[in-house]
Design a protein around this ligand. Structure first.
Ligand code: ZN
Length: 156
């Protein structure tokens, strides 16, 4: 990766970290969950409104955390809104594989590559295992909410 590109990626993370999108609660949320990453001190609540056909009609988060965890949550809310739960879970699998360096090439074509391109700004965390937990916290928390669990912690 060129230096310019690296700087651009950091800017995207800083921008989302400072001005998180969908940073609010959803009044008529159908589910929510608390996410906790004690290693870093990141704490999030993810709200989801799931409608007909398992479509995520609204998604948001609130909480406190480092720039990586907030940026990742912010980008997640932008990406999964309007998607079905199945599409969201597939995206999470690919994102998780990207963060852990366990790249999954079994792309079945159901996702726009744009989504992975946008998430790739966070792929730098793979060099820092502690940061992987920051980057995936919001996703684990969303997953917990979808499956009716109230809490998600990175300590498993
Ligand atoms: Zn963190």
């Amino acid at each position: 990766m060129s230096e310019e590109l690296r700087e651009l990626y950091q800017e995207v993370i800083l921008d989302h970290g400072k001005n998180p999108r969908n940073f609010r609660d959803v009044k008529d949320a159908t589910c929510h969950a608390h996410g906790n990453n004690p290693l870093c001190g990141d704490q999030l609540v993810v709200y989801l409104k799931i409608g007909e056909g398992d479509v995520i009609e609204d998604v948001s988060f609130v909480g406190n955390g480092c720039a990586i965890s907030v940026a990742s949550a912010s980008m997640m809310t932008e990406l999964v809104k309007g998607k079905t739960i199945a599409q969201t879970e597939h995206l999470f699998e690919r994102f998780h594989a990207m963060c852990t360096g366990d790249e999954d090439h079994s792309d079945d074509g159901t996702l726009a590559d744009d989504d992975m391109d946008r998430l790739s700004v966070l792929s730098g965390v793979r060099a820092f295992p502690v940061r992987v937990k920051c980057a995936t916290l919001a996703w684990h928390t969303m997953n917990a909410a979808i499956h009716g669990q109230d809490e998600s912690t990175t300590e498993v």
